[in-house]
Design a protein around this ligand. Sequence first.
Ligand SMILES: *[C@@H]1O[C@H](CO)[C@@H](O)[C@H](O)[C@H]1NC(C)=O
Ligand SMILES: *[C@@H]1O[C@H](CO)[C@@H](O)[C@H](O)[C@H]1NC(C)=O
Ligand SMILES: *[C@@H]1O[C@H](CO)[C@@H](O)[C@H](O)[C@H]1NC(C)=O
Length: 187
Amino acid sequence: MVVLPVLGLVLSLAAAQFNKEVVVRRNYNMARISGVWCPIFMASNNMTRIEENGDLRILIQNINLLKNGSLKFNFFFMVQGECVAVAMVCEKTMNNGEFTIAYEGENKVLLLETDYRMYATFYMENIKNGTETHVLALYGRIPELDRSYLKRFINTCKNYGLDSQNIISLTNKAFCRRLCDVFPESG
Ligand SMILES: *[C@@H]1O[C@H](CO)[C@@H](O)[C@H](O)[C@H]1NC(C)=O
Ligand SMILES: *[C@@H]1O[C@H](CO)[C@@H](O)[C@H](O)[C@H]1NC(C)=O
Ligand SMILES: *[C@@H]1O[C@H](CO)[C@@H](O)[C@H](O)[C@H]1NC(C)=O
């Protein structure tokens, strides 16, 4: 049986706590960002755009570093109640951890911090028809993270002027989390 060792691994990871010592905030090794990610929390200054059917409710499933340094994101979208898989390439910029993509306007995508192994926090700035919208997102290597990561994210949001009413949880939305569903959900 292969299932039991995997379950054991997930349970031991789930118990892992946020550790300041291993956080990377610059000079990223982008190759280590590749792989499966599970959406945990999302925040925005415009909730309409991240609520269900919102155009910025982008649930990344998988990231691949391309040879030319751009990042390929695979994600799922809700389109008329259906979960649709899409791939998008974010072009690298002069700045490490910073990418751009044209989608519903112009976007700057930043990797804010990560430990590669457990979590990654992304920031996106969207400019559509002159309106600037900010989105922050917390992703985990497993479907649920210890509360210490959530606290860290809430603090990060504060630094961007977003408080608890701007934050939504994505951990219990099994829909559109297909790759994550290979792992057992706790609770
Ligand atoms: C929030 O987004 C909605 C949908 O795009 C838009 O109609 C609305 O004007 C936005 N609100 C603000 C304050 O930008
Ligand atoms: C990098 O490669 C991808 C996939 O081949 C391509 O879509 C993208 O435009 C390339 N970016 C640059 C800056 O050449
Ligand atoms: C863009 O903004 C202008 C001025 O605020 C407005 O008249 C126009 O309808 C907007 N276009 C779209 C596609 O939202």
